[in-house]
Design a protein around this ligand. Structure first.
Ligand SMILES: Nc1ncnc2c1ncn2[C@@H]1O[C@H](COP(=O)(O)OP(=O)(O)OP(=O)(O)O)[C@@H](O)[C@H]1O
Ligand SMILES: [Mg+2]
Length: 343
């Protein structure tokens, strides 16, 4: 253990595991006391550190608790119980409205580090643009958020309720994180309206969608979405006949039908005409505030039109964060990415 005092007093089992998993007495009282004690203890250690030392201590804390629990179960021939990991301190504080909390996320593929200690926080209702050169790790980050890829280490929470690293893809989608991939994937042989109805919660089969009667509320929601995505007058045409941009809108509409809390959009305006890009700016500005939106995009004119806060990824980590003006004047960003484009 480092001289940080990381485990000088030892991580207490009741801080990281379910009560009952490890012996404890006066469970409730001791848990409350230990929560307070743990916070102070953790703060004291971490606040006394800076930079890499702090990261290392954080990792040691996580690894130490995990190891302790695993050993306890192994020694007793028990099946490892899922650990109840407490939300990070920033999420536990009153008045915090953090929707997405990613800290020190690392992902490697056969030794290649696609993400390296990536840390990013997003507020509820925020629209965040993510930019970065090809291979920066943007899609991999979305893969981590949606449970498609498990990081080697790090912490990932969606609000204080969902520990993303303990959930599978289905659970994460049900918790309200909806993702749109770059290529639109709509049901081309179905009408626009049926595509939206299929996206409603309930029976997800095409047959189910065709025979099901929507409730009045669902019909209202569908009609509102049709208006939002500029497809009211195309509601009965087959989705396959739509332009590329209209298909992108339809797919966004299908996500909206699921009442997402966080929308992840990977290059939503790729392949759109300039007019379609303008209308997408309008559409997303309208959605801002209703749910959090994370948007990956290479089109700098679009990002400039829409972004309040931009995060630049480079080589799997956050290189810069700020307004478009701030990042375009950041020499590191210019060197790493914007160089020739000079947005
Ligand atoms: N499954 C995988 N196996 C091996 N390497 C991978 C895998 N997925 C991604 N990578 C590598 O990880 C790095 C980050 O890839 P990622 O797709 O996240 O980048 P990106 O920022 O989305 O790039 P782009 O702008 O081109 O979409 C790249 O070097 C990529 O080749
Ligand atoms: Mg990508």
């Amino acid at each position: 253990m480092s001289q940080t005092g990381g485990f000088k007093n030892g991580p207490r089992p009741e801080d990281g595991v379910r009560s009952g998993d490890l012996p404890s007495s006066d469970a409730n009282e001791s848990r409350e006391r230990s929560d307070r004690g743990y916070d102070a203890w953790e703060r004291q250690i971490l606040d006394s550190l800076g930079g890499d030392e702090r990261l290392k201590a954080d990792e040691e804390l996580q690894d130490g608790v995990r190891e302790l629990v695993e050993n306890y179960h192994k020694q007793r021939g028990m099946r490892p119980a899922p650990m109840k990991v407490r939300p990070p301190r920033a999420l536990r504080s009153e008045g915090q409205h953090i929707a997405l909390y990613l800290e020190n996320i690392s992902v490697s593929f056969d030794g290649f580090q696609a993400l390296h200690r990536l840390t990013l926080y997003m507020d509820e209702g925020e629209l965040r643009c993510i930019i970065g050169p090809n291979g920066a790790g943007k899609t991999t980050m979305m893969d981590v958020i949606t449970g498609k890829t498990r990081p080697d280490r790090g912490v990932a929470w969606f609000t204080r309720k969902c520990n993303l690293l303990a959930m599978d893809e289905v659970d994460i989608a049900q918790a309200g994180i909806c993702r749109k991939f770059q290529k639109p994937s709509v049901f081309e042989a179905l009408s626009v309206q049926h595509n939206l109805e299929l996206a409603c919660s309930g029976d997800k089969s095409v047959f189910g969608c065709l025979v099901r009667h929507l409730t009045g509320e669902q019909k209202d929601a569908r009609d509102r979405v049709l208006e939002r995505i500029y497809l009211v007058d195309r509601r009965d045409v087959l989705a396959g006949t739509l332009s590329h941009g209209q298909k992108q809108w339809l797919e966004i509409g299908m996500l909206l039908m699921q009442r997402p809390k966080l929308l992840l959009l990977d290059e939503p305006v790729a392949g759109m005409s300039p007019q379609e890009v303008d209308r997408t700016v309008e559409l997303l500005k309208e959605l801002e505030g209703e749910q959090s939106i994370m948007l990956v995009e290479h089109d700098m004119a679009f990002v400039r039109a829409i972004a309040k806060k931009v995060t630049v990824l480079h080589q799997g980590t956050v290189l810069a964060e700020g307004t478009m003006d701030e990042i375009r004047n950041d020499p590191e960003v210019v060197k790493a990415y914007l160089g020739e484009e000079q947005c």
